[in-house]
Design a protein around this ligand. Structure first.
Ligand SMILES: [Zn+2]
Length: 78
């Protein structure tokens, strides 16, 4: 009665959706990687590029109190 075709089409659709999900995940990971553009030069921890100066200071003061802020985060040098 043609029921087999419907089943095949459904499977194909699901396979496609899976592919698209996988591709989307990959590009999201790539975007995340690119966004991690601030790095603490002392412990090499990375931060997203939108991390505020305040947050960087917090990190430096908490983790590296003996190190100058601009040594850990040279981009904050004025
Ligand atoms: Zn650090």
């Amino acid at each position: 009665m043609g029921g087999g075709n419907g089943q095949k089409a459904k499977m194909a659709r699901e396979k496609n959706a899976e592919k698209q999900r996988a591709a989307g995940k990959g590009s999201q990971l790539e975007a995340n990687k690119k966004a991690m553009s601030i790095q603490c030069k002392v412990c090499l921890q990375t931060f997203i590029s939108t991390t505020s100066e305040e947050k960087c200071k917090e990190h430096a003061e908490a983790k590296h109190p003996k190190t100058d802020l601009t040594v850990a985060f040279p981009h904050l040098k004025k």
